[in-house]
Design a binder for this molecule. Structure first.
Ligand code: MN
Length: 257
């Protein structure tokens, strides 16, 4: 099995080293193609207005001067063109990718790009307990539980255009209650905090504050699973159509003709 690992925290992120160890337990043929710099929050963006540089860091290890989506695209279309991966693992992200985070997440978007390309793709994220931890986030739960969570996912077929999103709770491995398959949650919107400061030249600048979003965990969602100490495993797809909306919209527009 040939594995491509990528992330949105960048080629030098500790979580990518953790993911490499996880991937190496599955195969000796592991390739890393990841953004050269942190791209958290890049979502599924694609670089069209600038050239992309590819830098070789060693055997089967490259960085891309772009987004996680750029990295997967360049890996599939160029770096690994003659020997495409059987599996794409994205992560292990420093921080949760739960609920609507998946639309902001470069980690999940890299897996989305893999799914679009028809490659089995899985995103992995490690929740951490508090902000301000920088690169000191403990990945112990991911390290200990990834093998158990990935094994069944590698044995089953994935439906076309689907991916799997995994979040490890912020707990020591022995405190994790198990694995729960659950749907994507959605938070009450509470995260908007803009920090305004002044730069050395006297101009204002703004930075989005990372306040915890308010949440009322819905039953059987990824938010609830992680809050209750489980590894959350959520199948995702890229069809964002709201099913019930189709009928009500069609009704509205029937009169318009
Ligand atoms: Mn990230």
């Amino acid at each position: 099995m040939r594995i491509l690992i990528t992330n949105d925290d960048g080629i030098h992120a500790p979580g990518l080293a953790v993911l490499k160890q996880i991937a190496r337990t599955l195969s000796d043929d592991v390739w890393a193609v990841a953004p050269g710099e942190e791209q958290s929050g890049a979502g599924h963006s694609l670089t069209l207005s600038r050239p992309i540089r590819l830098k070789r860091h060693g055997d089967q290890r490259y960085s891309v001067s772009g987004t996680p989506t750029d990295a997967v695209m360049l890996a599939l279309a160029h770096v690994m063109k003659d020997a495409p991966p059987d599996l794409i693992l994205s992560g292990v992200n420093r921080g949760a990718n739960l609920a609507e985070d998946v639309t902001y997440s470069g980690t999940v978007s890299a897996a989305m790009e893999g799914a679009l390309a028809g490659v089995r793709s899985i995103a992995l994220s490690q929740v951490y307990p508090r902000e301000g931890m920088g690169d000191t986030v403990p990945f112990a739960a991911a390290e200990s539980w990834a093998g158990r969570v990935l094994a069944p996912l590698l044995e089953m077929p994935f439906e076309a255009g689907t991916l799997v999103n995994i979040n490890f709770p912020a707990l020591a491995p022995g405190m994790v209650n198990g694995v729960r398959v659950c749907r994507q949650g959605i938070r009450d919107y509470g995260r908007l905090r803009v920090v305004e400061r002044t730069d050395p030249r006297g101009y204002p600048y703004y930075w989005f504050g990372l306040v915890p979003a308010i949440e009322t965990p819905g039953h059987m969602t990824d938010l609830e699973a992680v809050a209750e100490g489980y590894v959350a495993v959520t199948p995702l797809h890229l069809d964002l159509t709201h099913g019930p909306g189709l009928a009500s919209l069609a009704e509205r527009f029937a009169a318009v003709g």
